[in-house]
Design a protein around this ligand. Structure first.
Ligand code: C2E
Ligand code: CA
Ligand code: CA
Length: 750
């Protein structure tokens, strides 16, 4: 059940990262909290709280699983590859038995179905496109495209068929689990109808995910047992290692349990025999025929349940996860007192950058007077992004909380452990004896991260890179010290060692980086930074719908410096904020000139992650609009998925405030990072930009073509306009037009 994030997993391809990372299914049977480190008499109430929390989280995850499957089915059904089979289009139907190869259209439909395998690796039993007479037009079984002679003509008999065709377009039927006739596996099925202009269904898209793939180890030893009870059949459909059954699904549930479930819509925790259990109903969406309840139980007799706790480190780790996830007890006492949200990081409860800077200022003042040494450790997690990208931000968030808890435990109360944002942490040591002592502390951070983290059943390893700077040796202001630590951390990340001490004399790289930063600061004042504007063109009529502002640095000695050479550098420091405001101002002034000249064109400005974490940012944007007297609808801000996912809660607040100003928001570089469909739906954005890397190769690389096509479908599905960037030739533009892409941008149009 433990999953190391191996490089092969990382390399599974960009397609996986599109829109969906493996979601809730995997965490069902995570052995959460086999034990709890409670020392003695834990209250029953406490226990009830925990098992109830596990039950409702698991039920919510199952609900989310179904949501995701519905979105994917809808997404597939909108695809032009399938729509081509609608009556009236003269697409060749699959040829009669006897032919060995699928017709091109059918082969393409099958390829789109096979794409599901990337979204649910190893979990798809069968996927098919079926017409309203029950003839399969394309089918993929266990990832393998079926040859024409294996296409079935009797799908009208299938349990999902009639209920699906009875639905209007846009709805998804999710049948109760059944045995797939093709693979003999118990499956969860998802199918959605496709209708002609008059609303008559002509076919459906269907796929099955194995129920077995929900199963993870049910560690029954001395922990919580998690099972799913089907209240329709009164059977326990999934639990621990028990087989699913070959004729009926699961085993009959305990009578007393069924009684409890029958009596109350939301039954309270109860005891049955020597077990304490909590129940939560799986939320059922429209057209989902499943009626499931998650039951979490734990033994209470034969000695109190907590006495069975062994000292095994795994148990302790699980306990830590359990506590921090479900009971929110991960924060050290001192942190719990940080009521003032503006001084603490919402996700972890640790002090934030502001509070750290305050304390650093104080420490430096004291150090000056007392003549002692202070140190700053800047910590960056090396594999965090992979976790976020592969598993999704819920896992990322939990991992960050677990990291915060560990760092908190590794340091003294008098030290300040802070989270600066994203996966960056900092530790202030107000008083250290010497450099060696500070290095020793930095190594403790590295050691503290070494044992893997268990997050909802996944074993995750991350590594820390630490940059260290000392006062007064490397600077005597908070700003200088943070910058020095940042330079050192950058070196550590570049592989110079886990812990790197700031040393300008020994390190040319840091020096040139520092000097570049200095020059950049100067450039902000001297007018060396200019904006280029790339038109965004309506694919349908060639009209210019807007222009993206792209920054250029006309450096007096280095010549034209591209943004890739200095934006990331600036992003590593607080310089990115004034830099962004500067670019915004230039772009707004330009848009104002266009407006005054009689051609109102919307200008798009790129944002860096840090901007959204700055509580004051939306107000600054409002002020800039005022100063330039530009109506807000003529401004668009572009943000990448990772910008948002770095701290989705905070980002959502900022985005909502920005949106309220009346400006537009785009998701940039779509397809290159993790994004959750459910999240995308909630963001106040109105445009999705497909990353240029996919667009540039869509004609030569089939994976990229599939990705572009599904991104367009996904965007439209969510009501967003879709922009393709990196359009370099007429052929690509034509292909995008055929796929229904709204706006194009690129050298071909610039
Ligand atoms: P981006 O937002 O994805 O911008 C699109 C990039 O693709 C630009 O590179 C643009 O010149 C380039 N491009 C446009 N059309 C084509 C094409 O047909 N083919 C190819 N191969 N490339 C094309 P640029 O200007 O070098 O910008 C790179 C990145 O730097 C941007 O990516 C954006 O993330 C960042 N950036 C640029 N200006 C700013 C800015 O003012 N502020 C911030 N924070 N970031 C900026
Ligand atoms: Ca952009
Ligand atoms: Ca882009």
């Amino acid at each position: 059940m433990s999953t190391q994030l191996t490089s092969d997993r990382r390399g599974r391809g960009r397609a996986l990262r599109l829109g969906t990372a493996a979601l809730g299914t995997t965490l069902l049977f995570a052995a959460v909290g086999s034990t709890v480190a409670a020392s003695h008499a834990a209250e029953l109430e406490d226990l009830d709280g925990k098992i109830s929390a596990v039950a409702s989280l698991t039920a919510a995850d199952l609900g989310e699983y179904y949501d995701r499957a519905r979105s994917i089915d809808l997404l597939l059904s909108r695809s032009t590859t399938f729509r081509r089979f609608a009556p009236g289009n003269d697409v060749q139907r699959p040829t009669a038995p006897g032919s060995l190869e699928l017709d091109p259209a059918a082969a393409e439909a099958a390829a789109s179905l096979a794409y599901l395998e990337e979204l649910y690796p190893g979990q798809i039993s069968e996927a098919c496109l079926i017409d309203s007479a029950g003839h399969e037009l394309a089918r993929v079984v266990r990832g393998v495209v079926a040859p024409p002679e294996e296409l079935s003509h009797e799908e009208a008999e299938a349990p999902f068929f009639a209920p699906t065709l009875a639905l209007p377009e846009g709805r998804v039927y999710q049948a109760a689990p059944y045995l797939s006739p093709d693979t003999g596996e118990w499956v969860i099925s998802n199918s959605t109808p496709m209708a002609d202009a008059a609303g008559r269904p002509w076919g459906l898209v269907h796929f099955e995910v194995t129920l077995e793939s929900f199963r993870r180890t049910g560690d029954a030893a001395d922990g919580f047992d998690i099972s799913i009870v089907d209240t329709r059949t009164g059977r326990v459909v999934l639990e621990g290692d028990r087989p699913l059954g070959t004729r009926e699904l699961g085993r009959p549930a305990d009578r007393a349990l069924l009684q409890l479930l029958a009596d109350a819509p939301a039954p309270a925790p109860a005891s049955i025999g020597d077990r304490r259990l909590a129940m939560a109903r799986v939320p059922v969406a429209e057209d989902n025929a499943t009626a499931w309840v998650v039951v979490v139980s734990t033994p209470t007799s034969a000695g109190a349940w907590w006495e069975s706790v062994g000292p095994a480190p795994v148990a302790t780790a699980l306990a830590a996860v359990l506590l921090l996830t479900f009971a929110g007890l991960n924060l050290r006492n001192s942190h719990r007192r940080l009521r003032d949200a503006s001084l603490s990081d919402e996700l972890t409860g640790l002090p934030n950058r502001r509070l750290l800077t305050d304390r650093l200022d104080q420490a430096l003042a004291l150090a000056r007077r007392g003549g002692h040494t202070s140190a700053i450790l800047l910590i960056d997690l090396d594999r965090f992004k992979e976790v976020n990208d592969t598993l999704g931000h819920q896992y990322g968030d939990e991992l960050l909380r677990a990291v915060a808890a560990r760092l908190g435990d590794a340091f003294r109360e008098s030290d300040t452990v802070a989270r600066l944002g994203g996966d960056e942490f900092a530790i202030l040591l107000p008083e250290v004896t010497d450099l060696a002592a500070a290095v020793h502390q930095a190594e403790r951070c590295v050691t503290a991260m070494q044992a893997p983290f268990v997050v909802r059943g996944f074993t995750l390893s991350v590594e820390a890179s630490v940059g260290l700077s000392l006062a007064p040796h490397h600077g005597d202001t908070a700003d200088a010290l943070m910058r020095a630590a940042d330079v050192a951390m950058y070196e550590a990340k570049a592989g110079k060692g886990r812990v790197v001490v700031y040393d300008p004399a020994l390190d040319g790289n840091s020096l040139s980086r520092l000097s570049l930063l200095g020059e950049l600061r100067h450039a902000l004042q001297s007018g060396e930074l200019v904006m280029h504007y790339q038109p965004k063109v309506d694919v349908a009529d060639g009209r210019v719908t807007g222009a993206e502002a792209l920054i250029r640095w006309q450096h007096p000695d280095r010549g034209m410096v591209p943004p890739a050479d200095f934006i990331p550098l600036a992003e590593g420091t607080s310089l990115i904020l004034p830099l962004t405001m500067h670019t915004l101002e230039l772009a707004l002034v330009r848009a104002r000139t266009w407006l005054d000249g009689g051609t109102p064109i919307q200008v798009a400005v790129n944002l860096s992650p840090r901007c959204l974490l700055e509580p004051d940012f939306p107000r600054q944007v409002a002020d800039a609009l005022d100063r330039c007297r530009l109506p807000a609808h003529l401004l668009r801000l572009e943000l990448t998925e990772s910008t948002i996912m770095a701290d989705p809660g905070r980002a959502l607040v900022s985005l909502t405030q920005l949106r309220a100003l009346g400006l537009s928001l785009s998701i940039d570089d779509f397809g290159t990072g993790y994004s959750s469909m459910s999240y995308l739906k909630r963001l106040p954005v109105d445009e999705l930009k497909i990353d240029r890397s996919f667009v540039m190769e869509m004609l030569s690389n089939n994976n990229d073509a599939v990705l572009v096509r599904s991104s367009i479908d996904l965007g439209h599905n969510l009501g967003l306009a879709v922009v393709a960037e990196g359009v370099e030739d007429e052929e690509t533009l034509a292909a995008l037009s055929a796929l229904g892409c709204d706006v194009a941008q690129g050298y071909h149009l610039a």
